[in-house]
Design a protein around this ligand. Sequence first.
Ligand code: CTP
Length: 401
Amino acid sequence: MNVLQGRKIVLIVSGGVAAYKSAELVRLLVKAGVDVHVVLTAAGARFVTAVTFQALSGNAVWSDLWDPRMPNNMAHIDLTRDADAIMIAPASADLLAKLANGLADDLTTTLCLARDCPLIVAPAMNRQMWEHPATMRNMRVLRDDGVTVLGPDSGEQACGEVGLGRMLEAEHLFLRLEVFFGPKTLAGRKVVLTAGPTFEAIDPVRGITNSSSGKMGYALARACVIAGAEVVLVSGPTALPVPDGVCRLSVASALEMREAVASVVDGADVFIGVAAVADYRPDRSAEHKIKKSGEAMQLTLVPNPDILAEVAARPDAPFCVGFAAESRDLDHYAEGKRKNKGLDMVVGNLVREGLGLDDNLVVLYDRGGRHPLPRATKAELAHGIVAHLAGLLNAHSLTRS
Ligand code: CTP
């Protein structure tokens, strides 16, 4: 289940060009099962209309402290009752200054002062406004008051200047909210993962690879970030974007993947081998493109190192998780891989159940036996896998300490 599902969030949209990104944020939140109630300030309404947010959230949009639609005229209490958080995106310099000083002269500021839930702000303003000592001072005060600050980002701004002040993109804010509400089961832990296929070159333009999309590995990397871990993803060639909060090392061949893993695995608490590593590579890669001759051609393949088994065999081995994608006898092969490679856990699936699909059916294998997970999307499965491995890891650490 998504960590945001069933939450209630009051989203305050104040004046700034970035208000258009908040429309996308509402869409993402609603899709994740969040009950979103939008408060649009007068300045915010200069950039986007209440109709947009009403259509996207499915809820009434509020702007006025004295709105007669509000029963007993207690908007500041009623709106935040049961709310899991108030989020302000974009948060203008003016609104942040008011909040830092505890003002309550309109619906927005009154809501923030009368709340008993967390306040999360995503600042958005011109670079010079952000860097101004007054804004810096206000941000210090807000942080000291326990307000969570997301961003701002740096980059090209609407005014044409380049610098810090842009509001984070909607999908980044969404991930930060997932982290905020996430279980923190991997807080303080370092996780290294491999993902995607490998590419074993035959010559400069040809090679041997496989059809792994990398989606499962990337979904797991994201789930580990949400669980609070520092995440390094060693990825074979894929078209997937780097998940926010993940450090990605891009590689092509199994040998490169092995080298990249060796360079980052020291001190890792968890290693998850999700990559579909080619078991063999051509014994040599031709320097120049091989020309056809009309004759039969022979390719000699030599075995690649088993990256996961090597990590699991280290004296300081992290908690090791492998994947077993099989076409038959799943229990037999998955449990066999767990034992032969000396792994703490294996995620098994029958390939006909999930090849290239977003939905999948997997079974987890550990010393305690087999644990099937309900059919779910790869993103949801990733949370289930992380929850299970974090449970084992934390129990393991407890018995060792
Ligand atoms: N793996 C690895 N390095 C390899 C081969 C596999 O790190 N050279 C890892 C994979 O990332 C996966 C697990 O080992 O987590 C199992 O991979 P898989 O290809 O299913 O198993 P193999 O051990 O290669 O066995 P086979 O191909 O015979 O099923």
